[in-house]
Design a binder for this molecule. Structure first.
Ligand code: GLU
Length: 426
């Protein structure tokens, strides 16, 4: 059903990824019976800022980049969401990612709204000095709309804890005081939470463990293929290996490796840091990304980018559990095919929410300048993930909808309720 015709023709946001976010939303809203005016109200992006970022490159020329920050919905609290540096970044992509953050916050029941930022650039081709200048200029440009009570960025694809440290420093120079709560995912020395670095991957591994229980599949000896070997892919593989699973295939943007007897993850990671290429790692065969997605395995982890599994290749997916560590890796047509194949799908907003949950903890710790120990963080995180997983699974069974639609229904419902309770201003 087309609840939001205006959104579909809006040329500012209209991109394939935003269309996917809208289609998923409409499918979930179809089951929720929300008033149409509220539906339109909560899906419409609240505020979008687009900035130009001129910086002096190492060769002394000035290059101007595009930067974005989209605050999709803040009914539940200040904006929260990552900052992406990638050549494909545009307003529509950032808006789709911000929209998913809104539902993710609702699903996890945290007092934060949905936001996302990005800069269209290729960080792999830039020096540290150039990246620092770009980050500081971006922070100055979006300064009016971010802050601990307004909107709190965090790492995403192409950014890391160092990026967050530069943002915090630039922001604090402008406010004139130390402002720890303006970003999460900071280095520990600067008020970063223990456990934030590995939180997303750990959360993905936990979600897989909950799903494995539901289908009575032991994790011990389960075979795993992982697409993407950045922060999320690496930690997911590492924790799954720690739980007894066998990682048989791993890929990154340059290619991949396969060994049916298992690949040791920490040495592979060390190799990828030194070499960036995964292939020529000892005792493995080369494998392409396309082949990895079709590898026969118990668990397939999508931890690279969006739009990876579509109607073109979904039929070839050959796993029991399909876990979305990345945001938006699967098209709606592919969802249907996976469902027909009776594959257990753990949707992105549930599967990768460990990151934003520990970001929430970091924000709270920063505001109080009081830091928790690792044990506390892991325990609290696991409890929140497990509750959200159980809630989603129960709704999926009760309503006979897919796991994605169930997760979205919970997130959207909470946001809609908050929005209606707050009421309309003025
Ligand atoms: N970029 C991550 C995500 O998509 C983390 C966001 C955050 O920690 O605020 O969930």
């Amino acid at each position: 059903m087309n609840f939001v015709p205006e959104q579909r023709t809006n040329p500012e946001y209209f991109t394939p990824l935003y269309q996917l976010a809208l289609n998923q939303f409409e499918k979930a809203v179809d089951h929720l019976k929300l008033p149409p005016d509220v539906t339109e109200w909560i899906i419409t992006p609240g505020r979008s800022m687009m900035v130009s970022l001129p910086i002096r490159m190492d060769d002394k020329t000035v290059k101007t980049f595009y930067g974005y920050r989209v605050q999709h919905n803040m009914a539940l609290g200040p904006g929260k969401g990552g900052l992406r540096y990638h050549p494909s970044v545009n307003l529509g992509e950032v808006t789709a990612l911000a929209t998913w953050m809104t539902w993710k916050g609702g699903l996890m029941n945290i007092p934060l709204g949905g936001a996302k930022g990005g800069i269209r650039c290729d960080p792999k081709k830039m020096s540290q000095a150039e990246l620092e200048k770009l980050t500081r200029r971006y922070t100055a440009a979006i300064f009016p709309i971010i802050g601990p009570e307004k909107d709190v960025p965090a790492p995403d694809v192409g950014t890391n804890s160092q990026t967050m440290a530069w943002i915090m420093d630039t922001y604090s120079m402008r406010t004139g005081f130390h402002t720890m709560g303006v970003v999460t995912g900071k280095p520990e020395i600067m008020g970063g939470s223990l456990g934030r670095m590995e939180a997303t991957g750990l959360g993905v591994a936990h979600s897989i463990a909950y799903a494995a229980k539901k289908i009575n599949m032991p994790l011990e000896g389960a075979t795993v293929a992982v697409q993407g070997f950045g922060n999320v892919g690496y930690y997911t593989a590492k924790f799954l290996q720690g739980m007894g699973a066998k990682i048989i295939a791993v890929s990154n943007s340059l290619g991949g490796v396969f060994n049916k007897n298992g690949i040791p993850i920490d040495p592979l990671h060390q190799h990828s840091v030194e070499d960036r290429q995964l292939d020529n790692f000892p005792d493995t065969e080369k494998i392409t990304n396309a082949k990895l997605l079709a590898t026969k395995c118990d668990i397939l982890v999508l931890a690279a980018m969006e739009n990876q599994v579509t109607e073109k290749n979904a039929a070839k997916v050959n796993c029991k559990i399909y876990a979305e560590g990345a945001n938006g890796p699967t098209s709606l047509e592919a969802d249907k095919i996976l469902e027909e194949k009776e594959i257990f799908l753990i949707p992105d907003i549930l599967c990768n929410s460990g990151g934003v949950v520990v970001s929430y903890f970091e924000w709270v710790q920063g505001m109080q300048s009081f830091f928790w120990d690792m044990d506390d963080i892991y325990k609290r995180m696991e409890k929140m993930l497990q509750n959200a997983f159980e809630e989603t699974y129960t709704l999926h069974q009760q309503e006979k909808v897919g796991m994605r639609t169930a997760a979205l229904m919970i997130g959207i419902k909470r946001v809609a309720e908050a929005q209606m309770t707050r009421g309309l201003y003025p």
